[in-house]
Design a protein around this ligand. Structure first.
Ligand code: GSH
Length: 218
């Protein structure tokens, strides 16, 4: 059985953006049923959670006795269970892994500073001064990503874990309009996010946060 751990509650700015969504999306693409375990920082046994996630963050995925953290590692682990997110050819698999790491290590890292300024620190005295650099950094990476995508539908031929992760890391930028400013990138993101598996993942994320879940049995 697969069990996904995520937060029971998050502040409004984080709703829809918690990294459990990308894991749920992979589970949905693969048609894998899973349970959710909802936790809170205040839980009495929260200390024990650090033996599963050394940084006290979510998500965690339990696959039988295997306990995984880091959303990228979890998505790659799940992708390896079928061919919906990971091709069979070894060279193509390596390309998909490269795309997943590019999303996390190169694109998300260039986006997070701007997102943090806008969502967490907008009222700090330094935010106004720091924001132009953060926005320039994000814009540069987005332009490079858009060039990489070119006129293709997906990064590496068919939809894969690389697109799932790339579209996921673009989502927190929605407030900024930076993706919308580039029609090619915007079409790519929307093409990925219009997949029914993503819509189910997001609905189940909200259902768990709102207490109308959990999404057991799917
Ligand atoms: N690199 C980690 C980041 C995990 C992460 O930042 N999780 C956030 C929610 S999206 C969290 O739990 N934050 C609470 C905290 O850091 O205490 C991953 O991709 O899984």
């Amino acid at each position: 059985m697969l069990r996904l751990t995520t937060w029971r509650w998050v502040p409004s700015f984080a709703r829809g953006l918690v990294r459990d969504v990308r894991v749920r999306w992979a589970l949905e693409e693969l048609g894998l049923p899973y349970e959710t375990r909802l936790i809170a920082h205040g839980d009495a046994d929260f200390g024990g959670y650090f033996s599963q996630q050394p940084f006290g963050q979510v998500p965690v995925l339990e696959d039988g006795d295997l306990v995984l953290f880091e959303s990228g590692a979890i998505v790659l682990h799940l992708a390896g269970k079928g061919t919906a997110l990971m091709p069979e050819d070894p060279a193509d698999r390596a390309r998909v892994m490269t795309g997943v790491l590019a999303a996390l290590n190169t694109v998300e890292t260039a986006i997070v500073p701007l997102v943090e300024i806008d969502l967490f620190y907008a009222d700090q005295p330094w935010a106004e001064q720091r924001r132009p650099d953060a926005e320039a950094q994000a814009r540069k990476r987005l332009a490079e990503l858009s060039s990489w995508i070119g006129g293709r539908d997906y990064l590496l031929g068919a939809f894969s874990a690389a697109d799932l992760m790339m579209a996921s890391v673009l989502r927190p930028l929605q407030h900024s309009g930076l993706v919308e400013a580039d029609p090619n990138l915007c079409r790519y993101r929307d093409r990925c996010l219009s997949r029914p598996a993503f819509e189910r993942a997001l609905a189940d994320h909200y259902a768990d946060l709102d207490g109308t879940g959990p999404s057991q049995g799917r």
